[in-house]
Design a binder for this molecule. Structure first.
Ligand code: ADP
Ligand code: MG
Length: 383
């Protein structure tokens, strides 16, 4: 697969699809991580004398009123500060003004087009990958570089659409994600242990099905552990239960008895106890310290670890002990350590453990689909 490095960018109009889908409140960017993550590719294009045309989506556009709070204007200002360079913002997604602004670009200039999803107002043209729109956007450039990993699992006009009509490659961010995630999933050094948590089993069925045959151990925590516990015959009180997934859990437990490791103790809203001591009114919200110790035995011998899903309701300090405990264990082992999932990544950052990981994926849905063994359309089209 071609990367940005395989192209001669000199004097070329290079469309770069980035992920600038940052949280914005009252016009102020609350977290600019995604802008920072995209700088490497943008700077490379600038330094190689490209005429840089940036495209991104931001939020969802369902009605006219959504436009005002989802304009990319604040992003252009922040990007300009980070690059220490003028970023020309065009508040259009098509038409003469945009085309003229692109034609007047000089090598190393940077232009940011308005939110690609403004096109969704008129029949979901962006999100539905309207073929005319993809063709039109492709006509604005000479080369297309996709570096938006966070949307690579979706076929939109701004990724699949453009790439189907123009010479294309991937940027440094997508390259880094693939180089870290793919070998860990497909060719891991063993023992390979997966830590799964999060709220619902149903969100992670695809991941379990794909990884159960590749991993040596799957350690299960979080809300989803309770559906597994229920399936194994334990009473779970008022803990989160995914009724529809009980049969799936039963089947998994039957076929993979020694591979799936469930919690032995919990922190509930009332007390800390063995899982067999949860009463009717009680809700399990974190794994207990004995489970952390149990998980440690598996993690200590592992050579590859993939973690998706916090093992407790970490947003509340009272139920963050399990997730912090896992972080602490991982700090002390020598292994490839990969984390994926939006909440998992923010828990790791919040607790100050981001430096101890080999890789923390920036894409929630996209990384989940890679763990499910799916191909990502935004990347497949470039291959
Ligand atoms: P990710 O975004 O990393 O893929 P998920 O979205 O699947 O993770 O799950 C994260 C959510 O799961 C968090 O909001 C957390 O509070 C919740 N969660 C974890 N453990 C429990 C639990 N025991 N009961 C209810 N919710 C839980
Ligand atoms: Mg999440």
């Amino acid at each position: 697969m071609k990367t940005i490095k395989d192209f001669d960018l000199n004097d070329k109009k290079v469309i770069i699809r980035v992920d600038f889908n940052v949280p914005i409140k009252d016009g102020i960017i609350k977290d600019d991580t995604r802008i920072i993550e995209s700088l490497k590719t943008i700077k490379y294009a600038i330094n190689n004398n490209a005429k840089v045309i940036l495209m991104s989506h931001l939020g969802r556009i369902k009605e006219e009123a959504d436009k005002e709070k989802n304009t990319l204007l604040p992003v252009s200002i922040r990007l300009s500060e980070l690059l220490k360079k003028t970023v020309k913002f065009v508040n259009k997604t098509r038409g003469e003004e945009l085309e003229k602004a692109i034609e007047s670009l000089k090598p190393s200039d940077v232009l940011l087009m308005e939110n690609t999803r403004f096109e969704d107002l008129d029949g979901k043209k962006e999100s539905g990958n309207d073929s005319e729109l993809g063709k039109y956007w492709a006509s604005l450039g000479d080369i297309y570089i996709n570096d938006a990993f966070g949307t690579a699992h979706r076929a939109h006009a701004s990724n699949v659409g453009i790439a189907s009509n123009l010479e294309s490659g991937i940027g440094f961010l997508i390259e880094k994600e693939l180089n870290n995630l793919l070998p860990a999933v497909n060719n891991p050094e063993h023992p390979f242990t997966v830590i799964l948590g999060g709220a619902k089993v149903s969100d992670k069925i695809g991941v379990i099905e794909n990884l159960v045959n590749k991993a040596d151990y799957i350690l299960i925590g979080g809300g989803m552990a309770f559906t597994f516990l229920k399936a194994s015959g334990v009473e779970i009180g008022s803990s989160l239960l995914d009724e529809d997934s009980i049969d799936f859990c039963k089947k998994m437990l039957k076929e993979n008895k020694d591979k799936l490791i469930l919690p032995i103790d919990v922190v509930t809203d009332l007390k800390e106890c063995f899982i067999t001591d949860i009463t009717n009114e009680e809700k399990g919200l974190d794994i207990g310290p004995k489970t952390v110790k149990l998980f440690k035995q598996y993690l200590d011998v592992s050579k590859t670890v993939i973690w998706n899903g916090p093992v407790g309701m970490f947003e509340d300090e009272k139920y963050s002990g399990g997730t912090k405990g896992i972080c602490e264990i991982l700090r002390n082992i020598k292994a490839i350590k990969i984390a994926g999932g939006g909440d998992t990544a923010s828990a790791i950052k919040q607790f100050g453990y981001d430096k101890i990981f080999t890789h923390i994926s920036t894409g929630g849905g996209a990384s989940l689909e890679l763990l499910e063994g799916k191909v990502l359309p935004g990347i497949e089209v470039i291959k």
